[in-house]
Design a protein around this ligand. Structure first.
Ligand code: ADP
Ligand code: MG
Length: 331
């Protein structure tokens, strides 16, 4: 009996020894730092995750000439041979564009090129914006099986608002096969899976738009993805005005909806990413109408320009005060 107990103890120690090791792995892809915190992972898992991120980037990137997205953008009418990532993301993006009445649009390429927010502007001429806007209609694109077609040769896809959430989701789907639990963070998107040994939920910090060095609070989540779109993420200033990177497809100008940030939780990573952009463009009132019309699909934290917070009822929100030793993950 004693021997059995000792054996059982040894097995327990060995097993927990294997499962308890948590490792961080950081690498660069998709224009952003990607952080993996995984329990029970080995070198092969990290290698495969990097390979997957590179594969998705080489499909969705619009700065790489050989990507499927660039081939569509440079074509007259589209391409017949989109790979599976491009196919999935195009179909989902067009669906969400329809559902959000174009607040999220995957066809913003002509406008984002013109604004060049990452390159520091300048503010384009009004006529140039109107011209680019006339080539930024998602309805000129259709996707069917492996082909993506467009009726406007000048229209350009831009998956900047959905690609990283999609990548987070694909990585979670892969890593959950071999790891006990994990957290994946890439440029404003976090995905989590599994259960931590202490059974506590994951804490995802939400940045204070008025003081980006500190979280305004945090979300407690057991599963799924959180994406944040904020006017403080990427912008340039001209004549004292801030021009940020989330454009309103209706106006062709940076969205001015009264929100400074929109965070979305969803079980689907690509949807969380696309919807954070859509809700930011819609503004608080329309966003809440959209939320009420799509029960069970997502939850959201909206922060207004006055730093007022609006939380949807399905969320668990933590105080800014944290017990010593506790940590928060930033999307
Ligand atoms: P980030 O990329 O900083 O996480 P978002 O997910 O909100 O932020 O994506 C913003 C990017 O998406 C922009 O840099 C641009 O490439 C593209 N974009 C801008 N406005 C829109 C829009 N209304 N719908 C879809 N994509 C957009
Ligand atoms: Mg987004």
């Amino acid at each position: 009996m004693k021997r059995f107990a000792a054996l059982a103890m040894l097995c327990f120690l060995l097993l927990s020894g294997c499962t308890a090791r948590t490792e961080d792995h950081v690498f660069f892809a998709m224009d952003t730092l990607i952080t993996l915190r995984l329990s029970g992972a080995d070198e092969e898992d990290f290698r495969l995750a990097e390979e997957l991120a590179a594969e998705i980037e080489s499909s969705l990137s619009r700065t790489r000439a050989e990507s499927g997205t660039s081939r569509i953008n440079n074509s007259e009418n589209g391409i017949p041979d989109a790979d599976r990532h491009l196919q999935t993301v195009t179909e989902l993006s067009l669906r969400i564009a329809r559902e959000t009445d174009g607040a999220f649009s995957p066809a913003m390429g002509a406008l984002t090129d013109l604004w060049n927010v990452n390159g520091g502007g300048p503010v384009p001429a009004q006529e140039a914006i109107a011209e680019a806007k006339s080539h930024a209609d998602y309805r000129t694109f259709t996707a069917a099986e492996s082909s993506v077609a467009k009726t406007d040769p000048a229209a350009k896809l831009d998956f900047g608002a959905v690609g990283k959430g999609y990548a987070a989701q694909q990585m979670v789907l892969m890593l959950r096969q071999s790891c006990d639990w994990g957290l994946i963070s890439l440029g404003g998107n976090v995905g989590v899976f599994g259960e931590k040994p202490d059974g506590t939920p994951f804490k995802i910090g939400i940045t204070n738009p008025k003081d980006t060095s500190a979280p305004i609070g945090y979300l407690l989540i057991d599963e799924g993805f959180v994406s944040v779109s904020g006017d403080y993420e990427r912008f340039f200033e001209e004549d004292g005005v801030r021009y940020h990177h989330i454009l309103d497809p209706e106006t062709g100008y940076p969205a001015d909806s009264g929100l400074s940030s929109a965070a979305v939780w969803s079980r689907d990573g690509a949807r969380a990413d696309a919807l954070s952009t859509a809700l930011f463009v819609m503004g608080a009132q329309k966003a809440m109408e959209y939320y009420n019309g799509h029960p069970g699909e997502f939850e959201a934290v909206l922060i207004t320009n006055e730093n007022e917070m609006i939380l949807t009822p399905g969320l668990t929100w933590g105080e800014t005060f944290l017990p010593a030793g506790d940590s928060v993950e930033n999307p």
